[in-house]
Design a protein around this ligand. Structure first.
Ligand code: F42
Length: 145
């Protein structure tokens, strides 16, 4: 995805993490509570601008998941709406980047993945208790470029 129309996050600590990842070309230079992150690059649903969103790294047998937790906020993160509008992303883990498509999971499939999400980043369990919304879990399935 072209960087010419990239708009940084307005949230200071997130913007700094994205800057550190971009400078190093490597997501492993930042952590949250000592846990690794990945980075999603997507298009904004309204602006069409390029958005870069770091998320906790949840991986199982080569498949990755994105958790729309926003710290247990009452509303979904805006990036979740972006992915509903256009699920095509670039996913970066470490120095490796590839194209993927986001697909929200539900029912038993979500249950199985939710356990993996909480194992990867235990605070997700507490975030779920803070909000009435069911925190969305999206699988990031690789596609050919
Ligand atoms: N957030 C999570 O939800 N889950 C995680 O696992 C997670 C981990 C994480 C790790 C490191 C880190 O640095 C941040 C982490 N975050 C995690 C925070 C995450 O990166 C996001 O900052 C957070 O989820 C909030 O997402 P948001 O999309 O609501 O962000 C807002 C604050 C934001 O950046 N808004 C921008 C803006 O300019 O206001 C872009 C908004 C946008 O995408 N606009 C769309 C557009 O068209 O451009 C339109 C959207 C619409 O429908 O209005």
């Amino acid at each position: 995805m072209s960087d010419t129309d990239y708009r940084p996050s307005p949230t200071g600590w997130v913007r700094k993490q994205v800057e550190a990842i971009e400078a190093a070309g490597d997501t492993s230079v930042v952590h949250v509570l000592n846990r690794p992150v990945v980075m999603l690059t997507m298009r904004g649903a309204k602006t069409g601008a390029v958005r870069k969103v770091p998320l906790m790294r949840v991986e199982h047998e080569g498949v990755y998941a994105a958790v729309a937790s926003k710290g247990g906020a009452p509303e979904h993160p805006l990036w979740y709406g972006n992915l509903r509008a256009d699920p095509r992303i670039t996913l970066q883990d470490g120095t490796r980047s590839w194209s993927a498509v986001a697909r929200e999971v539900s029912g038993e499939e979500r249950e199985a993945w939710w356990e993996r999400c909480v194992a990867a980043y235990p605070p997700y369990a507490q975030y779920q208790t803070k909000t009435d919304r069911l925190i969305p879990v999206l699988l990031l399935e690789p596609v050919a470029d």
